[in-house]
Design a protein around this ligand. Structure first.
Ligand code: HEM
Length: 184
């Protein structure tokens, strides 16, 4: 995973739990804590850090990953301002994640660890996202979607009706939008 993800995690932990918790996580997961945004680190190192946060705080892993997704969204979005502008809807943005955004990320960083999203787009106010990735970070996805919904100022409901953590090949995230609006 990219160093940028680790620096965002460090920022969130320091802000929400304090430096002492970040230091505990580094020690517990045998990390030196040196992360350069554009460098790539083992996926396992990220998983170990979040496991250490779970150990220290007792917060369930799913909640940690979701909260981190929400926290990380504005940071990731700032790197692609032209793709998070106010002339598209939340739904159009989410369709762009696999078709445009992650494609561009892959061009810039061929070694990026990115998930695959397939979409079902059957109704104007609905979107089903099928998530698959060896990293099984579906709850991080849920958090990013929540962060995107705040950015686009749109209410939605999400039904995580099938999950890789229950042995399925992909996760099903069924979204229903309430009054699709553009970003403020
Ligand atoms: C709601 C919107 C988004 C969703 C649901 C999403 C989903 C994800 C997920 C789940 C991962 C973790 C890797 C995995 O699961 O295999 C990831 C990684 C990543 N995404 Fe997205 N993403 C979103 C928006 C963005 C945006 C706006 C950017 C801006 C450039 C971005 C860039 C990245 C990068 C750089 C990584 C890390 C790649 C690495 O560590 O090697 N994503 N994304």
């Amino acid at each position: 995973m990219k160093g940028a993800i680790f620096t965002a995690l460090a920022e969130m932990v320091e802000q929400e739990f304090g430096l002492e918790t970040w230091d505990f996580m580094l020690q517990d997961s045998n990390s030196d804590g040196i992360y350069i945004s554009t460098d790539t680190y083992e996926d396992q190192e990220f998983i170990n850090l979040t496991l250490s946060l779970h150990k220290k705080t007792n917060i369930p892993m799913a909640d940690i990953n979701r909260a981190f997704g929400e926290y990380a969204f504005p940071i990731l979005a700032a790197s692609v301002p032209e793709l998070t502008s106010d002339d598209i809807t939340l739904k159009e943005f989410l369709l762009n994640v696999d078709r445009v955004i992650h494609v561009e990320v892959r061009k810039l960083h061929p070694d990026a660890s990115l998930p695959k999203f397939n979409y079902d787009d059957d109704a104007e106010d609905e979107l089903t996202m099928h998530y698959s990735s060896s990293r099984k970070l579906c709850m991080f996805s849920e958090g990013l979607i929540s962060g995107a919904a705040k950015h686009f100022n749109t209410d939605y409901t999400l039904d995580h009706s099938q999950c890789m953590h229950d042995g399925h090949d992909s996760c099903t995230l069924q979204l229903k939008f309430h009054g699709l609006k553009n970003a403020a």
